[in-house]
Design a protein around this ligand. Structure first.
Ligand SMILES: [Zn+2]
Length: 389
């Protein structure tokens, strides 16, 4: 955000820029609709959130990704690159093609708070008959997506109500409380970007460290709010690989013998290393380091990467915890005498938490392999998407 302290009339006010990106080859009705959305949103933002100077610009591009249906993930990454290229605060990418649905039945829009970018398909809106209905339904959808980028939660009584079909039914706007929240949120992020300050480090490593120190708290909040622990629910192969490996471990006497030979003293460091390696293998295996790529060092890009890595790490950690709990439960239910014999601990009590720890750790090892078998881009989509609406 640009702190507009030079101009006398708007002393101290911050500028918020939003880009409306679309294909230069878009049809006339689509272009007119996007222009109308830009104007209408600009007017309502100036009226409702007057503490900021709003700058909404249309950006028509010749290098717009092609595809039918369009992959929202590609459009999000494309929009995020444009956001960095033009120094925007938020980007909305518009397409008149339908969107590819990954987790839901149909998709009209996908916001990504992490990338500060949203994708809106106006394909269904353009089919809604009268121009008034088309405009209002597209306005509602755009506000909903923008609301997510402004960190609003879902709410039944405003435009933040989740819907299957986006039509012109009221309410089409945020309520007063939400407008106040948007105001607060924008104030929070109004500091100048690190690369705009004189103290910015010149090397990538130091720059990354500076971002971590400057924004540690807000990064942690973002990582935890991305519901990383829900990650595995969407990933079939990841969970299948883990489940199969754990079942085999449970049924093989050698695994128990091996488990008894591993002492707790080096199990903990090994566990930590395996968690870190599994996260790294998923991070690079799924090409997540390419998210938010930019030629120069940019705070936004570094932030996205830290959040992605942190979310993945927290996701793996919470996955380990659930594997530990399940393993402990299963060990508790199986006949102790058989397991003790397998482990070569005849007559001694079975150290159940120790074995549960080993099972969970091997499970994580398998999951990182399984995660890399996942449909291309699915893991990335789970991490980057806020929702499909
Ligand atoms: Zn939503």
């Amino acid at each position: 955000m640009i702190n507009d302290t030079q101009t006398g009339s708007n002393a101290g006010q911050c500028q918020v820029t939003i880009g409306f990106v679309f294909d230069a080859d878009e049809s006339d009705p689509a272009r007119e609709l996007i222009q109308w959305l830009r104007q209408t949103l600009l007017k309502s933002l100036q009226r409702d959130i007057p503490n900021f100077i709003w700058s909404l610009r249309c950006i028509s591009r010749h290098d717009f990704p092609v595809g039918r249906p369009q992959d929202p993930l590609l459009l999000l990454e494309y929009g995020s690159d444009i956001k960095i290229e033009y120094g925007l605060d938020f980007t909305l990418v518009y397409t008149s093609h339908p969107l590819l649905a990954r987790f839901d039945q149909t998709v009209n829009g996908v916001p990504s708070t992490m990338l500060e970018t949203g994708v809106v398909s106006i394909a269904r809106q353009l089919d809604q008959g009268g121009i008034h209905a088309i405009q209002l339904s597209a306005l509602g959808l755009s506000r909903h997506i923008l609301g997510h980028l402004f960190n609003l939660e879902h709410k039944e009584t405003s435009i933040m109500r989740p819907r299957e079909f986006w039509n012109s039914d009221e309410p089409l706007d945020w309520d007063e409380q939400e407008k106040l929240k948007i105001n607060e949120f924008l104030h929070d992020i109004a500091d100048p970007r690190l690369e705009e300050t004189a103290g910015a480090a010149k090397t990538a490593g130091l720059f990354c460290l500076q971002v971590l120190l400057r924004e540690g708290l807000s990064l942690t909040r973002d990582i935890l709010s991305f519901r990383s622990w829900m990650m595995v629910l969407h990933l079939g192969r990841f969970t299948a690989a883990t489940a199969i490996s754990i079942i085999f471990m449970f049924l093989s006497a050698e695994a128990w013998e091996l488990g008894a030979a591993i002492t707790s003293k080096w199990l903990n460091p090994a566990l930590f290393t395996i968690l870190l390696l599994a996260t790294l293998s998923l991070y690079f295996g799924q090409n997540l380091q390419a998210v938010g790529r930019a030629d120069k060092m940019m705070e936004q890009a570094v932030r996205s990467r830290i959040i992605l890595f942190g979310t993945l790490l927290v996701g793996m950690l919470s996955f380990w915890l659930s594997l530990f709990a399940v393993s402990l439960g299963v060990i508790y239910m199986l006949p102790e005498i058989v397991l003790s014999n397998w482990a070569g601990l005849t007559g001694q009590p079975l150290p159940m938490p120790h074995f549960a720890k080993i099972m969970a750790t091997f499970g994580i090892l398998a999951s990182s392999l399984g995660g890399n078998l996942e449909e291309e881009h699915d893991l990335k989509a789970v991490l980057i998407y806020e929702e499909e609406t």
